[in-house]
Write a protein that binds this ligand. Sequence first.
Ligand code: HGY
Ligand code: MN
Ligand code: MN
Ligand code: MN
Length: 417
Amino acid sequence: MTATLPSAAVLGARAFAALAGLNRFTDEPGKLTRLYLSPAHRQAAEWTKGAMEVAGLTAFIDAAGSVQGRREGATPGLPAVLIGSHIDTVKDGGRFDGNLGVVAGILAAQALRDAGIVLPFALEVVAFGDEETVRFPTDLSTSHALIGEYRPDWLDGTDADGVKLRDALVKFGGDPAGIAGLARKPGSLKAYLEVHIEQGPVLEASGEAVGIVTAIAAQKRARVRVTGEAGHAGTVPMALRKDALAAAAEMALALEEIARGHDQALGTVGVFRPDPGATNVVPGAVDFTIDFRAPANQTVASMDAAIQTRFGEIAARRGVRLEITPYSQSKAVPMDEGLQEAFATGIARTGSNLSARRLPSGAGHDAMAIAAFCPAAMLFVRCEKGISHSPLENMTELDAGIAIRVLLETLLELARG
Ligand code: HGY
Ligand code: MN
Ligand code: MN
Ligand code: MN
């Protein structure tokens, strides 16, 4: 069967051509910024729907803003193997994070259709719209919508401009009232497979094109607001200040210290907004975010306790008010062993020079949500210097093609049952 499938080189060239098409859509000319429900996201969703249709999938843009495509198996209505990732990006992001996995699913479907291969299960491809959770305080909202775990309060979350998710969704052409109806029936998904760049240095350092994800790290994110007293930079004595920025800065350094003190832990302050943000005004308030992660749930829990204690102590000593509002929390998610084996077979069938290295994921993915509903697994692909969430994100066309060929061989392995 596999003789009629395109080579990795051909699949890689197709993938790069498709990514060039998809990545024309950005909210910031000269950069790749495609935030959930933005005009660029709408254009990208329409492009993705069209590409799915060209690949032989029946496609639609769903109520939450994801794009879903389906091709029936040997008989209509069979449970599906779902291939997915996301087409939203971070600000000034890379071309491959998320986008590669969606293009891989579409090209795999197209190759099977062109080869006249009908599977004993339906094949679905999904382009989730809110994986990065950059714009709204959500938690993988579009993949959670698919498994019936959408939290209604997400609709009332607001972005930095005070726009509610609910209103942005209607403007996008989505339907808040239709989100509940996206929930899949138990048993309707056989498996979820996600192809994603590693976003780390391990595969490149070991000279391997692809690897199999064993588990996705536990993570927690929160918005923090520190409120002190604004004042005149030229008249308020240092001893009398309630400087919100100085307090927030001490908290940011405390997070760094806490992360350094925990096993394989990471801690990041990515957003830091002083108010009013004027040179000659002692900042009265600061809004910032914390993102902390580790492979073990217990480590994240211990970091959380340390953060509460240290931030509280800093606030009390400096006489400022502290509000910590968690908005995203995921336990560590192990990937399905059987699907990991299927990927290992897919790798072996793709090339004897390829190895099936197992490695954990520090980055979060939609697979964390879907794994609560059906067996889920991820294939990592080498990326240059492990750089991601950056315009410098890069990979080779051949590695993209190898990954798609592995995906095809894995689907055929699942078809053999
Ligand atoms: O932040 C993450 O781990 C993912 O890229 N959203
Ligand atoms: Mn991603
Ligand atoms: Mn990302
Ligand atoms: Mn969840």
